[in-house]
Design a protein. Structure first.
Ligand code: GLA
Length: 380
């Protein structure tokens, strides 16, 4: 009897140990540390996601902002490939007009005159882009909001779930919007971003992440040597205010042809009206893929050997060559200078609400907006 009891106890503790180790294996080890106080006094945090391969991504719940992405170069040396700051001040500073690493909404990119019409009703949102257009959601976009953050995922694939409720009328947009964003690390040195949104009144939505990449390392001089491939036969030309004209133009024979790997600097200073308007590249490309999660862009940096692929379910991608960076913002990598980083913002097209020929950005009650973007890193 005694023996039987002993065996039972041993089996019991073995089972408990197995359960514990399984739990330890599956629960993510996400570090959370204070990051500073937001302008309204609320404490915000920095979360560190680390995958078994060593890829590390730091995210603050202020603006749902990615502050660092550490990935290896061809010699297995880890480096930070996005422009960011190591405390909240860099983000809240009045000198930061660049949206470094942030989640962008309710409407990423520009809306002409900040005006759009839904069901016969016209809405006016802030003209925060030189008093002419609305840019990235208005004066206080999702990039300046504090998101509710919940660590999730597994030890192998750690994740951070973010949630923000954007009230009806916020920045002039109709409808209360529930926005859910999940950042997660995959098995392949990849950062996946899943977006979801619902509304209780008809509204518009366009969500993206505004990370600035320099694959040689944040703070390196320029991205003009980065080789870029865009899976886009077409782009949306802009007017002098960077608003799409409505045309969908072919890239063939223009400086916008990145269908084969081309260094960013190859044509950037050519005399071309579109490049003059953008002060370089600041254009939306129409992605060839029409459904599913598909390769949209590839960036290769010769010195480090780092490669980044961008996959998305979205119809467009804004390629912005950091033309407004001017060295004023000093971050973890030093001063962030003119064209020292590039953005590849997966999105719906700019000013879609005013262009019926563009894919619709209207969201109605009962519908759910969903999109996914993956930034996948490797070396060559
Ligand atoms: C976007 C815009 C750019 C610029 C940056 C932020 O990428 O297209 O024109 O406003 O954001 O500086």
């Amino acid at each position: 009897m005694k023996r039987l009891l002993l065996v039972a106890a041993a089996v019991g503790s073995l089972l408990a140990l197995t359960a514990l180790s399984q739990k330890m294996q599956s629960s993510p080890d996400i570090q959370k540390e204070p990051f500073g106080k937001a302008p309204d006094g609320e404490q915000v945090f920095l979360y560190t996601l680390k995958s078994p391969s060593g890829m590390t991504v730091k995210i603050t719940n202020y603006g749902g902002t990615v502050t660092q992405i550490l990935v290896p170069d061809r010699n297995k040396k880890f480096g930070d490939v996005v422009l960011g700051f190591n405390s909240l001040d860099g983000y809240t500073s009045k000198d930061n007009t660049a949206y470094f690493g942030a989640l962008i909404g309710r409407y990423a990119n520009r809306i002409a005159g900040g005006r759009f019409t839904l069901d016969g009703k016209t809405y006016q949102i802030p003209k925060n882009d030189h008093g002419v257009n609305s840019l990235h959601g208005g004066d206080v976009g999702f990039n300046k909001r504090i998101w509710q953050a919940t660590p999730s995922g597994t030890a192998k694939n750690p994740a951070l779930d973010l949630h923000y409720t954007s009230p009806d009328g916020e920045e002039g947009f109709p409808g209360t919007m529930q926005v859910y964003v999940r950042y997660s690390l995959g098995n392949d040195n990849d950062l996946r971003i899943d977006y979801r949104a619902t509304t209780d009144k008809i509204t518009i939505v366009n969500l993206t992440n505004h990370s600035y990449f320099n694959l040689e390392g944040a703070g390196s001089a320029t991205v003009l040597n980065h080789k870029l491939t865009l899976m886009a036969d077409k782009f949306t030309p802009i007017n002098a205010n960077l608003i799409p004209t409505g045309a969908i133009a072919g890239v063939a024979g223009t400086p916008f042809d990145f269908r084969k790997p081309t260094v960013v600097g190859a044509h950037i200073n050519e005399k071309n009206q579109q490049l003059e308007y953008g002060k370089g590249y600041d254009h939306n490309f129409v992605l060839n893929a029409s459904s599913g999660l598909a390769l949209a862009a590839k960036v290769e940096e010769p010195k480090s050997g780092r490669v980044m692929e961008v996959l998305t379910t979205q119809p467009g991608i804004q390629f912005y060559s950091g033309n407004f960076l001017d060295g004023k913002n000093v971050g973890i990598g030093g001063p962030y200078r003119y064209r020292s980083a590039l953005c590849l913002e997966t999105q719906h097209f700019p000013d879609s609400p005013n262009h019926p020929n563009f894919p619709s950005t209207v969201l109605k009650p009962g519908q759910e907006f969903r999109s996914t973007t993956v930034y996948r890193f490797s070396t060559e």
